[in-house]
Write a protein that binds this ligand. Structure first.
Ligand code: AMP
Length: 281
C-alpha cells in the first residue's frame, strides 16, 4: 500500500492507473477509522480496481469554537486498517499541502446546506464541498463513497457533483452501529462512561420515530414532538436539532413519505453526536 503525502505523488499513481484502464474509488475520511469507514472501503474495493482513502482532518470545515485541535488521530492504526482492507493508496497530506497560504477559492452551496447541521455550523459545508472537490480533482475517481451517517453531507455532495457536472458517481453506504445501537463515530471516543450510556438516547429517539411511522404516523410535528420528549428524558442530552426534511432538498416537510430524512444532532455533555434514518429504508 502506498502512503502519499503530496498531491504530486497521488497524481503520478492515478495517472499510471488510468493509463492501464483501472477504475478508481475514493473514500474521503478524517481518520481515526472504525467499522463505519471500513464498510465504505469494503464496498469500494469490491467495485473499483484501485481504492484511495484520504485521511485528512480538514481545518476549513471546523468552526472557530469546534474540536479541530482535539479531533482524535491515530495514523498507524488507520493505515493498518486500510492495508487490511486492500486499499491501494492512502493520501495523508498536511494542511499546508492542501491549502497554500494564499488559498482563497471555495465551493459554496445555497439551500441544501442551510438547514440541519448547516444551521448550527454555518461554514461547515463550504469546507466540506471545497475539500471534496479538491480530493476529486486530485484522485479523479470513477466512484466516491460516503456514509449515510452524515446524511446532509451525502445530499450536499450529490448536489455539488450534479450542479458542477463532476464526472464521478457518488455512492451512499448504510450507517454502521455498535451492537447497542449507537452509530459508530470517531467522536464517540470523547464520551465518558456515563455519557456513552446517555448517548443511546439518540437511537432510542430514532426508534420511537421509526415506530410511529411504521404505525402509519405521517405528521412531522407529532413525530418530532415524541422524539424530542424521548431525548428530554436524558439529563446529559441537549438537543441541537431534531428535524424532518425532504431527503434530497433537506428542507422541512410537514408530512413524511418514503425517502424523507429524519435527522438529529444532540450534545451529550460537550460532544455533539448526529444520527438519522430515511423513511422506507
Ligand atoms: P469522517 O471520518 O467522520 O469524516 O467520515 C468519513 C466517511 O465515513 C463519511 O462519508 C462518513 O459518513 C462515513 N462514516 C462515518 N461513520 C460512519 C458510520 N457509522 N457508518 C457509515 N459510514 C460512516
Amino acid at each position: 500500500m502506498i502512503i502519499a503525502t503530496t498531491v504530486a505523488e497521488v497524481r503520478e499513481h492515478v495517472q499510471s492507473w488510468k493509463m492501464n484502464g483501472l477504475s478508481i474509488g475514493l473514500v474521503p475520511t478524517m481518520g481515526f477509522l472504525h467499522e463505519g469507514h471500513a464498510s465504505l472501503m469494503e464496498r469500494a474495493t469490491r467495485e473499483c480496481d484501485r481504492v484511495v482513502v484520504s485521511i485528512f482532518v480538514n481545518p476549513i470545515q471546523f468552526g472557530p469554537t469546534e474540536d479541530l485541535e482535539s479531533y482524535p488521530r491515530d495514523f498507524e492504526s488507520d493505515s493498518a486498517l486500510c492495508a487490511e482492507k486492500g486499499v491501494a493508496l492512502v493520501f495523508h497530506p498536511e494542511a499546508t499541502e492542501m491549502y497554500a497560504p494564499d488559498f482563497c477559492t471555495y465551493v459554496d452551496m445555497d439551500r441544501v446546506t442551510k438547514t440541519l447541521c448547516g444551521a448550527s455550523r454555518p461554514t461547515h459545508f463550504r469546507g466540506v464541498c471545497t475539500v471534496v472537490s479538491k480530493l476529486i480533482n486530485i484522485t479523479k475517481p470513477d466512484r466516491s463513497y460516503f456514509g449515510q451517517k452524515d446524511a446532509q453531507q451525502l445530499a450536499v455532495v450529490r448536489r455539488m457533483v450534479r450542479d458542477l457536472d463532476m464526472d464521478v458517481e457518488i455512492i451512499g453506504c448504510p450507517i454502521v452501529r455498535e451492537t447497542d445501537g449507537l452509530a459508530k463515530s470517531s467522536r464517540n471516543t470523547y464520551l465518558r462512561p456515563e455519557e456513552r450510556i446517555a448517548a443511546l438516547v439518540l437511537s432510542r429517539a430514532l426508534g420511537a420515530g421509526r415506530q410511529m411511522v411504521a404505525e402509519g404516523g405521517r405528521d412531522s410535528n407529532e413525530i418530532l414532538s415524541v422524539m424530542r420528549s424521548v431525548i428530554d428524558t436524558e439529563p446529559l442530552a441537549r438537543i441541537d436539532y431534531v428535524e424532518i426534511v425532504d431527503g434530497v432538498s433537506m428542507q422541512p416537510i410537514e408530512s413524511v413519505n418514503t425517502g424523507t430524512l429524519i435527522a438529529m444532532a444532540v450534545y451529550i455533555g460537550r460532544t455533539r453526536l448526529i444520527d438519522n434514518f430515511i423513511v422506507g429504508e
